[in-house]
Write a protein that binds this ligand. Sequence first.
Ligand code: NDP
Ligand code: 8X3
Length: 268
Amino acid sequence: MLYGKTVLITGASSGIGAACAERFAEAGARLLLLARRRQRLEALSHELHVRFGTESRLLICDVRSRAAIEQALCELPPEWLRIDILVNNAGLARGFAPLHEGNPEDWEEMIDTNLKGLLFVTRAVLPHMISCGEGMVINIASIAGREVYPNGNVYCATKHAVRALSEALRIELNGTNIRVVNIDPGLVETEFSLVRFRGDTERARKVYEGLQPLTPYDVADLVLFCATRPPHVVIADVLILPTAQANTWLIHRNPSPATPPSVPAPGD
Ligand code: NDP
Ligand code: 8X3
């Protein structure tokens, strides 16, 4: 389906990005896998090679560094620079506090990663696509780019900005044959909440408690569907939610099973 196509996926070491890598590998694409965690990417690349014969190159870099991105792309053999599909997925949330109690360092990390990182990668890749006369940019934004929820202030702002950039690109690239896709997932169970709550597993678990969240593969299937439409079709803007989620605040959760009353053990 995608044989001979080159796909660059940012944030490929975990969650949605890793699932996208798997789906694109299965579809025959060759992959540029970008993230900071080398070991994760090496393991993924090896697994995809064994399972699907996938050819991949690793871009071990931080999207917050424009120089690092340019350097990583510069080091690629020229044939790898003909990138057909860019999946801008790297991103994170940090913290969950009202703005007046927020940590400015968390804000900077979110803005630098979700917004500036996406800009830097897109800026580096797009000129090659334009010179080839075709390509696709798939931005993984969020339902948080359509709505704002309490304590989500800066994360929501970054995702609103991604939505704005998807629209801007679609306008500016009109007539170039480059398609721009904006995908807004709701709750997806990945390392996202663990990162947001800095390793607090109990708090992260509660985000998905009592509902069946999306899996990263649910999103990856949608990404692949968008990527495999015929050249005259663009799936411009999609919201994908778990069935139990109506919006950012209306989420149907099943009550957790009652804790059984403790019965004294015989002999106690
Ligand atoms: P994960 O935490 O599982 O994955 C995040 C990925 O982003 C990792 O591969 C991580 O790699 C990468 N990343 C983070 N910071 C950087 C950086 N500075 N430079 C390079 N790579 C970076 O979360 P998800 O898979 O859930 O998140 C993927 C995207 O989906 C994000 O943009 C998120 O905002 C969005 N999203 C997630 C939802 C959810 O409920 N999970 C819902 C809606 C949108 P590494 O640490 O190795 O660099
Ligand atoms: C992640 C989904 O609702 O936690 O973008 O912001 S949410």
